[in-house]
Design a protein around this ligand. Structure first.
Ligand code: ZN
Length: 308
């Protein structure tokens, strides 16, 4: 085997390049090198500074259009999609509210039309987020559910597991996500609730002030994967926006969509309420990507491309 030539300015494997070099004259090889080296012309993400709990949009620009582009991020698979031109690829993802700050790898794998597979790895820094800590004084708030409730909680787990397991190759959202209610936030994302200094729970969503009967709308286009009453969540709607990126709407007084239904961004899906384990009428909204809970407020601020 011949020694494998490497382009110092590129981190990609130029497999088969030496054969090409032997067969072609320098003048025709040069553009080929430039093209391969530029297969990953640029990799960027928005927001530019990622924090624990951030949703994010990865953008990969390629000059030679691959036929598919996959990635790995935070131990999860990421399938990129192109919006319009074949050389601009996107992946909607995020960093779980419980992830550790630090440096993480974004691994990319592009399959070219001729079958070659190109790799790239980016180091992405995830900064810490400052979340409020709420110290609980009254232990009675942790009421033990009775046997019947435990049975329902267990059944709910199965329903949610099924809802979250829906697999779609392409996104169903298009453009930016929007807040599902015209109201103010009553409790922010990520609040740590401690009891006797021990972490008891993390608030994995946003609470909005909402008197009973306030219209709740879909944050973006998608498919309803769950629409029914659950023990803790009360009347709950889960919308899958494709590629296991979901939004959850809880404690509704009324559900106005059915499982399997396609919804548009801004479409009314129910009315707010205080069903399930709620201390009063409000809307709890959560954003979940492949098991990672992300900050909804940051998702509303994220500018996303219009998809065909
Ligand atoms: Zn909440």
């Amino acid at each position: 085997m011949l020694p494998h030539p490497r382009n110092n300015r590129s981190r990609f494997t130029l497999r088969g390049y030496e054969l090409v070099a032997m067969l072609l004259i320098i003048g025709t090889v040069a553009p080929a090198i430039a093209e391969e080296a530029a297969a990953f012309a640029s990799v960027s993400w928005n927001p530019r500074q990622l924090r624990v709990g951030s949703p994010c949009l990865f953008k990969v620009e390629t000059s030679a259009a691959p036929s598919s582009l996959k990635g790995k991020w935070q131990g999860r698979d990421l399938v990129f999609f192109s919006a319009g031109p074949q050389h601009v690829w996107y992946g909607l993802a995020g960093v779980d509210v419980e992830a550790m700050p630090g440096s993480y790898k974004l691994e990319l794998e592009a399959t070219m039309p001729d079958g070659r597979v190109l790799h790239d790895v980016q180091e992405v820094r995830v900064r810490p987020s400052t979340y409020k800590t709420e110290r609980l004084k009254v232990p009675d708030r942790f009421v033990q559910p009775d046997a019947e409730a435990l049975k329902q909680i267990e059944a709910d787990q199965e329903l949610k597991k099924k809802a979250f397991s829906r697999q779609t190759a392409a996104p169903e959202w298009s453009g930016s996500f929007h807040a599902p209610i015209n109201s103010t936030v009553s409790e922010g994302f990520g609040t740590r609730r401690t009891f006797n200094g021990k972490l008891a729970s993390i608030h994995r969503g946003l609470d909005y002030h909402a008197k009973e009967g306030t219209p709740v709308t879909a944050a973006n286009a998608g498919t309803v994967v769950l629409a029914q009453g659950l023990f803790y969540e009360g009347n709950c709607v889960i919308i899958d926006h494709g590629q296991r990126f979901t939004t959850l709407y809880m404690h509704l007084s009324q559900i106005q969509v059915a499982e399997g239904e396609k919804v548009k961004e801004g479409q009314q899906i129910g009315l707010s309420g205080d069903t399930g384990r709620a201390t009063g009428p409000h809307l709890h909204l959560a954003v979940r990507w492949q098991g990672a809970y992300l900050d909804p407020a940051q998702l509303w601020m994220l500018s996303l491309p219009i998809l065909p």
